[in-house]
Design a protein around this ligand. Structure first.
Ligand code: SF4
Length: 1007
């Protein structure tokens, strides 16, 4: 054996190539063993370049592949390799027949056992590879921390039992795992045959488990074997394990000082790193006059989640040939996984009658893979989107039905009518009925197929078929990396379908869905990246044994590298040490070794990391900074760091000003004005324009709509129905206390809204409303009755009545509308009552102290809502009642405690003051109406107005003085366009100062 020690700057592949013996271009007699697949590709290319023509390459293996090859030679295919899924099936079998199953009842079902079983398998294999005999494990059994609850620990049975049972079962069933193969190959090592090979090169290793070490050590006995190692910190440990003396190995860590230029880049977040990387690359290209990267450059991605921002913002600017990605990406982070997750969530929330929850249904059908299915007989996907959005509109209309069967969706008359009406209007669609068939076809291929699952194998096949369906029928295949995701998922599911788990069944559908999630959580999408051209984008471990001139290392944060993932899952740290199992310390040493080798081998290394309240730089970076500080005597570490900072433009956009066209003015003249529309105008004229002129509405999310379920509408309906029999007669205690009737009314209203069987949030809401309305009768209605003398007992005059009034203002006629929940008479006075299911009266308050009629900018700030005064004014006018006899009250039913105090009025108690306030509010309403139709006044937050008569409106604002102020129409422009020529103007704010805070139109408005 010869030992060759290299510096990180040496060319490992050139050294290996020089050792190989070849007959012409035939190197097949040689064997090369690396810790990683990737250096093999580079070695083949190196040899091809050296030979200058096609060649027969050496046999290149990873250590695992080498062992598999020798095992195959030994056994001649008499046993089979047990994959992880079959292994878990066998472990589950052992687990089930154990007298005291591990974890008690916790892992008794396969879906629960699976993730745990996969980890258990990994631990058993590590024990096997570390050559730990069962007797040794038995000694430690009682000390092994299973990380389970005390209850579960009671049910613990020894790890040695599983260990022995599992490997005996392997023998009995003629199967093997890698651990078992290592053991066998170690015992029957074909030393003689290997001695007759050309050269055997073992290169680039840092650490070995016991059985691996024994195999390598047997190889090292051979004359024709070379051990090629790269010097670095921690390597001497391997030397000692391989039988070298301490003196010999002491030199293995003495690395010549590196000439690498190391730069540190600190960013406030992940995107900042990409931004910094782009800048560094651009500066380099500019300096060198290049526009494309080279194979001498590597971007290292220890955190795979950075791959997509990197792809989007860095790699996408080059052609696919200019870079190569090689790493494993978790399948559970891909859109394909989230597609199935949504489907299974939909299926999991189905009720006993196989009715689907509509928000889940919409989330699924509006997933890009479904909504972009090609419409039959066309190449178009927009028609499928139109179909599902039309369905969504219908569900919003019928939001009282949160659960639907698929057959109901396909055949509901209103759904059909709406779909057919929409598709009749589309000239591209020759036969509108096709859309109904299309909908059913999509249901059949996706959701319906999972309603009946016969076994795990059947389940896996169904998922594969669905992947094929979306691949063929939708634009999914055009999505970035879809093929890779699909291949990885299909391959894992094919393993499942072919595994010994396949015939097993679960009692519930959820079992299959949990199995899917647990299985996929462990699966990675390989980006194998064999092309060696162009910039290399590699995971950290993929860089082993490779040398690059320039290293761009992202995500160098403590939680990523060395990382905090626990490896002592079953066996705690001290026992791992005693059993010679790898500990987290060993992993940290290995990480640091390969990190240093990569950096020391480069000419330039740019290290990027994030520092913020949650993230800190990796200790690997800390050490490098410290070493540099020490070497160069730099007191402040910060001077070594280049920081990425963003320049955020916080300048607000110009406020939006929307002029009124003649058409708009006409529309505004014809409009019916309610309290809500006037309130909205008062809050912000621009918002009024969007909502009422353009008729834009915030897209109502169906889940929200159902959850809120317009409790208000339900409560209004119930109270209308409940008080109906008492109309036009004094309210009596006995009648009000008829709770049976109240319950019946509540039930009827809920059932007519949600269907006969209430479930989920509807049922919860039903109980809440029932309880709350009883409280309303007991703690508001009855005390009010008690308070009033008999002859003044309330008489309900009308319920849910719509009032309409034509109002003439300054020669213009306006239509005002209001829906009054309840009008009642208490003695001589009339009360306009409005139910609110909220609890907060501040939105309805009017601050008369801050309100000045002549100072327009005070209106939006001082008036919470015009509703109460408008309702009182309309009621008085329509019923020809003297204003002083009409009161307005809001009833806040949403308050936690119901008392007579839930009645609220924004107006004063004092009659005189109230009348003055009402008069003021009447004038403000009139002025607002005139303002709205004024063609000269645009919809805007602020406007420039002429100052007429100078000082008007400067006096102290008060309700009592309001009646003495002149009409605001003298100072505000009304239907007469203001002429500003030669006049002084002033800027007046019309909108409330905080109007934009919860406005749904901020994007549109650019605020
Ligand atoms: S974003 Fe502000 S200015 Fe624009 S409409 Fe909404 S409230 Fe008005």
């Amino acid at each position: 054996m010869s030992l060759i020690l290299l510096e990180p700057t040496d060319d490992l592949l050139a050294v290996i190539a020089d050792r190989l013996v070849g007959e012409g271009a035939d190197f097949s007699a040689n064997i090369v063993i690396f810790p990683e697949h990737r250096p093999g590709h580079y070695l083949r290319r190196h040899l091809a370049r050296q030979v200058g023509r096609s060649l027969i390459p050496p046999q290149i293996f990873t250590l695992d592949d080498f062992v598999n090859q020798l095992y195959f030679e030994l056994k001649g295919g008499r046993d089979h390799y047990l994959n992880d899924l079959d292994a878990v099936a066998w472990l589950f079998e052992i687990h089930q027949r154990a007298a005291s199953p591990l974890g008690g009842a916790n892992f008794q079902t396969l879906d629960r056992f699976l993730p745990w079983g996969l980890k258990l398998l990994a631990e058993l294999e590590t024990l096997k590879k570390a050559a730990v005999p069962p007797e040794k494990i038995r000694e430690f059994d009682q000390l092994i921390d299973l990380n389970l609850s005390p209850y579960s620990q009671e049910h613990f049975y020894s790890l040695s039992y599983i260990y022995e049972e599992f490997y005996q079962l392997l023998e009995a069933r003629q199967a093997s795992t890698l651990g078992r193969r290592l053991e066998e190959v170690r015992s029957h090592f074909p030393l003689e045959r290997l001695g007759r090979q050309g050269r055997i090169v073992v290169a680039g290793f840092f650490s070995l488990l016991e059985l691996e070490r024994q195999i390598i050590q047997q190889l090292l006995q051979l004359e024709n074997c070379d051990l090629v190692l790269i010097k670095g910190k921690g390597l001497s440990e391997l030397g000692e394990k391989l039988g070298f003396s301490q003196e010999e190995v002491s030199a293995w860590e003495e690395v010549s000082p590196a000439a690498t230029k190391i730069e540190f880049y600190l960013s406030p977040d992940s995107h900042g790193q990409i931004f910094a990387l782009n800048r560094v690359l651009q500066e380099k290209f500019d300096r060198e006059g290049k526009s494309r990267p080279s194979e001498k450059q590597v971007i290292v991605l220890p955190a795979v989640e950075t791959l997509f921002p990197l792809y989007q913002f860095t790699l996408a600017r080059w052609s696919e040939k200019d870079f190569n990605i090689s790493l494993g990406y978790p399948l559970s982070r891909t859109p394909l996984y989230s597609f199935f997750d949504k489907l299974f969530e939909l299926l999991q929330n189905v009720d006993e009658a196989d009715r689907f929850y509509i928000p889940d249904y919409l989330r699924f059908v509006l997933h890009p893979y479904i909504k972009n299915i090609f419409f039959p007989q066309t190449e178009r996907t927009d028609l499928t989107r139109i179909m599902f959005h039309t369905l969504e509109e219908e569900f919003l209309q019928q939001k009282n039905r949160p659960f639907w069967r698929l057959e109901e969706i396909e055949s509901d008359p209103e759904v059909r009518q709406r779909l057919l009406a929409r598709f009749r209007d589309l000239p591209e669609v020759r036969e509108p009925l096709v859309c109904l068939e299309h909908l059913k076809h999509i249901h059949d291929q996706t959701i319906r197929t999972f309603l009946e699952i016969n076994s795990i194998g059947d389940f896996a096949q169904k998922i594969i078929s669905l992947i094929e369906f979306i691949y063929q029928a939708s634009t999914a295949a055009q999505h970035l990396f879809f093929h890779r995701y699909a291949e990885a998922m299909v391959s894992r599911l094919e393993d499942l379908a072919a595994s010994q788990l396949a015939p097993l069944r679960f009692d519930t559908r959820s079992g299959y869905f949990n199995l899917f999630r647990n299985l996929i959580a462990e699966t990675r999408v390989p980006f194998p990246g064999t092309p060696l051209r162009g910039l290399q984008v590699l995971g950290f471990w993929e860089t082993r044994c490779l040398r690059f001139d320039e290293v761009y290392f992202l995500d160098l944060n403590e939680d990523v590298l060395p990382g905090t993932s626990r490896i002592d899952f079953l066996i705690p740290f001290p026992l791992r040490q005693q059993l010679n199992l790898p500990t987290y310390e060993d992993i940290e040493k290995r990480t640091e070794y390969y990190f240093r080798v990569l950096l020391n081998g480069a000419r330039r290394a740019c290290l990027f990391f994030v520092e913020n309240s949650e993230k800190e730089k990796s200790r690997l970076v800390e050490k490098l900074i410290w070493e540099r500080q020490e070497k160069e005597k730099i007191p402040e570490a910060s001077s070594l760091l280049a920081s990425v900072r963003y320049q955020v433009e916080l300048k607000p956009r110009e406020p939006r000003v929307i002029p009124k066209t003649q058409e708009v003015v006409e529309f505004l003249r014809r409009h019916h004005y309610s309290a809500s529309s006037l309130d909205l105008y008062l809050k912000c004229p621009v918002r009024f324009y969007y909502a009422y002129v353009l008729n834009l509405q915030e897209k109502e999310e169906i889940a929200e709509a159902m959850e809120r379920k317009e409790i208000g509408t339900l409560v209004h309906e119930i109270l209308e129905e409940y008080f109906q029999p008492y109309l036009q007669q004094p309210l009596r205690r006995e009648g009000l206390l008829d709770f049976k009737r109240l319950e019946k009314v509540v039930e009827q209203v809920f059932q007519s809204t949600f269907g006969r069987s209430l479930s989920g949030s509807a049922l919860l809401m039903y109980h809440q409303v029932n309880r709350h309305l009883k409280d309303f009768i007991l703690h508001y209605q009855l005390p009010l009755l008690d308070k009033l003398p008999n002859q003044a007992a309330p008489v309900i005059l009308s319920l849910e009545k719509t009032l309409e009034l034509k109002q003439a203002v300054d020669g213009h006629e306006f239509r005002l509308v209001a829906r009054v929940d309840r009008l009642e008479k208490r003695g001589e006075n009339f009360y306009v009552l409005d139910y609110k299911t909220s609890a907060n009266e501040s939105y309805y308050r009017i601050n008369f102290k801050k309100l000045s009629f002549s100072e327009r900018s005070t209106w939006a700030e001082a008036i919470g809502s015009l509703q109460l005064p408008l309702y009182v004014l309309l009621t008085a006018q329509l019923h020809r009642l003297p204003l002083e006899r009409v009161e307005g009250r809001l009833l806040f039913l949403g308050k936690n405690r119901i008392t007579p105090d839930i009645e609220y009025s924004a107006l004063a108690e004092d009659k005189e003051e109230r009348l003055a306030q009402l008069e003021l509010m009447g004038r403000i309403i009139n002025e607002l109406l005139l303002e709205i139709i004024n063609p000269a006044l645009p919809f805007a937050e602020e406007v420039e107005l002429p100052v007429h008569g100078g000082a008007r409106g400067e006096g102290p604002p008060s309700a009592s003085s309001a009646g003495n102020e002149k009409s605001a129409s003298q100072s505000l422009p009304n239907s007469r366009p203001p002429s500003t020529g030669g006049l002084k103007t002033r800027r007046v704010r019309l909108a409330a100062k905080d109007a934009c805070r919860f406005c749904p139109f901020t994007d549109l408005c650019g605020r």
